[in-house]
Design a protein around this ligand. Structure first.
Ligand code: SF4
Ligand code: SF4
Length: 442
């Protein structure tokens, strides 16, 4: 065991709602009759309580982007001194997901290297991630993304050591060496602060008495101060050599008494027959030779490896394109025809080419893309313009004037920029001359 102050990351679990129901989930998703959503004042308190903690603050769930106030939480983080101080030092924000990404997984694996930064996001990339993609990329340099639709294996958690016949001496050694507590995180839920993220969710699942008050410095406690919270380990098999299961299998491995407890609390998952109840006297229930426990977070991560996002997962790619002529933008928006990306150009052939180009790229809905100096691509949900659309107000002709400069990206081909500018839409030309927008060459 170690003190939370020695951890690289402390999490804030803002919800336990999740669209998935993976096997052996550390948040026991699928077992709760009703999910929780942390309120904003608890969130503020939780962030402030970590003042002085030098590691990363993680935002996690469940699926955190489902939280109805996710954007408000993210904007609060952006203005918090924890983020502002790091941002001043590294000046990273303006570089985050601006260029179109044709290999999103590679991009994400690179993002995961920055675990020394201020805040990080854990997400399974549901549709709510796509909806919040702009604010996510304005807030989180580090993102741990795993859609769990891959070969990731989750270790059984709900097998109690007493049922498995592990004696006190052996147990306390195993518990103190628990790989989750020693290489993962402490966490904060609406019920308080906990020395271990799994213990926090056992408390939530089995309606425990809650964690420590969320107050400055709670994370400086030493293992000798963990006290009653260690009782949750008695119901947890993270530190034992118990079976693992593909996350996509959807079933949980449990021992009989814990299964009875799940039924007693009305677990929807247990009631649906999604529990594999192991006979503790069967040698295969605990067996080092056939299924040793993970040893570290790194080993678990290697297990998911470079398959963290299923190749068929297109959650983050553009959903629809609506094409229009430059003088039709407002008609298209007012009529509600466009619900995702709008391509503005008077050259139909170029519209087709641009659509092909963007279709297989992950692009930031908050950015205005200028494709070959002739075509504008913008998303109706972009922060820069959404108030106009929401209030049915006409967008100004020079729409780019509404975007911050770091969110205007020009995609050019070759060195023909000057020549092309002179012969295309006047307004784009003026913008290109007046502002030094970012350019990439295909
Ligand atoms: S995606 Fe994560 S939080 Fe959701 S069910 Fe799977 S393991 Fe649990
Ligand atoms: S045994 Fe379970 S509850 Fe105890 S520290 Fe390990 S993961 Fe946390």
């Amino acid at each position: 065991m170690r003190s939370p102050k020695e951890m690289k990351i402390i999490q804030i679990d803002i919800t336990n709602a999740c669209p998935n129901s993976c096997s052996n989930c550390t948040r026991f998703c699928g077992h709760h009759k009703k999910p929780y959503f942390m309120d904003f004042s608890t969130f503020e308190k939780a962030v402030d309580s970590l003042d002085g903690f030098s590691g990363m603050l993680g935002i996690i769930g469940g699926e955190p982007t489902i939280h109805p106030e996710f954007e408000k939480f993210a904007v609060f983080l952006q203005s918090h001194k924890r983020v502002r101080e790091k941002e001043r030092k590294h000046k990273w924000r303006e570089f985050h997901l601006r260029w179109p990404q044709s290999d999103f997984l590679k991009y994400i694996l690179k993002r995961m290297q920055y675990i020394d930064e201020a805040v990080g996001l854990w997400s399974s990339l549901g549709i709510s991630y796509y909806r919040h993609m702009e604010v996510i990329n304005d807030t989180f340099r580090t993102q741990f993304l795993n859609d769990h639709q891959n070969l990731c294996e989750h270790q059984a958690l709900l097998m109690s050591r007493k049922e498995l016949g592990i004696c006190d001496d052996e147990w306390s050694k195993k518990r103190d060496a628990c790989w989750i507590q020693n290489t993962w995180s402490a966490t904060i839920t609406p019920k308080g602060a906990f020395f271990c993220e799994v213990a926090a969710h056992l408390d939530m699942l089995f309606q425990g008495s809650g964690g420590w008050p969320i107050e400055p410095g709670w994370w400086q406690r030493e293992p000798k101060d963990f006290g009653y919270q260690l009782d949750w380990c008695e119901r947890c098999s993270a530190c034992l050599d118990v079976p693992k299961r593909l996350s996509t299998d959807g079933r949980d491995d449990v021992t009989p008494k814990l299964y009875e407890e799940l039924l007693a609390i009305g677990s929807p998952k247990a009631n649906k027959g999604l529990s594999v109840v192991h006979n503790p006297s069967d040698p295969s229930a605990i067996d080092k030779n056939s299924h040793h426990s993970y040893r570290s977070a790194d080993e678990y991560m290697r297990n998911a490896g470079n398959k963290r996002i299923n190749i068929k997962n297109r959650t983050c790619y553009p959903k629809t394109f609506t094409a229009c002529m430059p003088d039709q933008i407002n008609d298209v928006l007012v009529s509600g025809q466009a619900d995702d990306w709008v391509l503005v150009c008077d050259d139909k052939q170029l519209v087709g080419e641009a659509q092909n180009y963007f279709h297989n790229k992950v692009i930031n809905p908050g950015c205005l893309y200028i494709y070959r100096q002739k075509l504008l691509a913008f998303n109706v949900h972009a922060k820069s313009i959404r108030e106009y659309i929401h209030n049915k107000k006409s967008l100004p002709t020079q729409i780019w004037g509404l975007y911050p400069i770091d969110k205007i990206i020009s995609i050019v081909q070759g060195n023909d920029m000057e020549h092309e500018i002179i012969h295309t839409m006047d307004s784009i030309r003026m913008h290109m001359i007046n502002k030094k927008i970012k350019c990439i060459q295909e």
